[in-house]
Ligand binder design. Sequence first.
Ligand code: 9MR
Ligand code: 9MR
Length: 588
Amino acid sequence: MIFKTFLSRICTISIILYVVQVQKPLFAQHTSDEIRLNQVGFYPNGPKLAIVSGDKYTDFSVLNASSGKVVFKGKLGPQLTSQHSGKVTRPADFTSVVKPGKYVIALSGTVKSAPFEIKKNVHKGVAQASLKGFYYQRVSVDLPEKYAGKWARPAGHPDTKVLIHPSAVSGDRPENFVISAPRGWYDAGDYNKYIVNSGITVGTLLSLYEDFPLYFENFNTNIPESNNSVPDLLDEVLYNLRWMLAMQDPADGGVYHKLTNPRFDGMIMPDAADKPRYVVQKNTVATLDFVAVMAQAGRIFKNFENKLPGLSDSCLVAAVKGWEWAKKNPDVYYNQNEINAKFDPDIVTGAYGDRSAADEWIWAASEMYATTGKADYLKGVDMKFGAPMPLPTWSMVQALGYYTLLRMAEDLKTEAAVVDPVKKSVTAFSDELLKELEKQPYNTVMGKNAKDYSWGSSSVAANQGIALLYTFKLTKDRKYLLAALGNLDYLLGRNATTYCFLTGFGSKKVMHPHHRLSIADGIADPVPGLLSGGPNPGQQDKCTTYTSKFADESFTDDDCSYASNEIAINWNAPMVYLSAAIEALMEK
Ligand code: 9MR
Ligand code: 9MR
């Protein structure tokens, strides 16, 4: 009896499913992994490129997605070979399709792409969502449904009773002394808060604001502060900045490395976490990152003095105190193994250990100079001009200083001897990227070098894009802007994995990021607006679901994969920058 009802239910369900399926537009059924393109879409006046894998086809067409009418027929470009996998691809250029609408690409009657859009402001939603991603990472606060929708959740990690770890003891703060350092963003898939990684993240977001202040006047992300008169971008940054301020030892100006559990929380929701939290060792690198961020914040929030009275001054005072501490303590490095050999409890969360502060000095000095106008801050710091700049990563931040020098040179009347070599260094970096672009299998500067596919490779693509945009600003040569857009296309689907790397977007979506919130919340869709780390042939997580070892394909949409599919604030920030800046620039 029960069995019969069960059977008849199955029949009804399959009939319903069948009806639903045949009523869907034909194209939705056969979306092909052979066609790789920005799954979000294209600007009417912008370049439009899809990449076809393999050598089976010679022609392609573009169809109107609802009527199926052919609007463009084209020949595929010449065959290209991936330096990573040896696999061949052919480009499909449909730049001449300019009319806004929904389209699909077809290689044959049945081999078609998913629908995509051509429209103005096509990446605005991407920019807003990737900034909103930070809201979902907020620590110590409830996320009500009004702002968080189905991802609403109660507060976790109050961080009002944080212990001084024995490695962090000094002055009037003995071991297990209690301090309060609430708020901030969860770093990544884990629930800890790290100053070094917050540094590059906040620096990138503040630079975005300084580079495009007008664009952010009307940029709403539906956060609790949306109705105050401060741009949402700055409100979001402020949520983390207030935590960072609490990480400075008021007695001497030194800054703790991180606020962390001894070991990672399990795959639980934040409100279920109950392990003790510690601040650990003050050090030079963390302190200089803090100085850079506070100096920049002090400069920016000066313009919001009536809305946020005293904030700018507090930031600047904190920056100066940190600078003085670093001058007195120029070579204290965080070495987790050494600390664990000496102290208990052992700390085994993210290390963010960096054995050189040379680049942090450049960044901190540049921001201190830019805010105070005192060129003395640059004296005695080796600015390492003369070579192409290294790409920003959490452990290599001098480019952030260079970007600020470029941005502020006119206001500060910076002498040519300082700013000219910076221009050369940034441009040299971009020119190196652009070499042989036409030979690249996905027509992106991303992935030209195997080392682009490091842990968090998506942030490499985004940060390369940012460098290209600074070069565009310097030279006015559109080739840099278009190459930056090419890296955004990469992140949104024009890549060898076939995935769109921003959660909540694309037709081939990332569904299982290594992200405790998304794993534990019981909701099928991951928290949206988070950038997956992307291909990383290191496969340090030893997940068994990778299907390829090739650098450009070494990605698995599996929550076991912290080496290829975690999310992190320092990867999201350049995504916000790249997508918002491209919107601001392509609008013109
Ligand atoms: O969840 C952790 C992730 O945030 C880190 O990036 C990663 C590397 O430090 O580590 C993850 O934690 C794993 C730990 O390293 C080993 N045991 C399993 C943990 C969860 O997958
Ligand atoms: O982004 C970090 C990457 O460069 C390192 O190789 C990796 C292993 O140390 O750690 C990454 O950072 C993780 C941090 O240690 C803990 N939170 C999650 C971060 C992203 O995976």
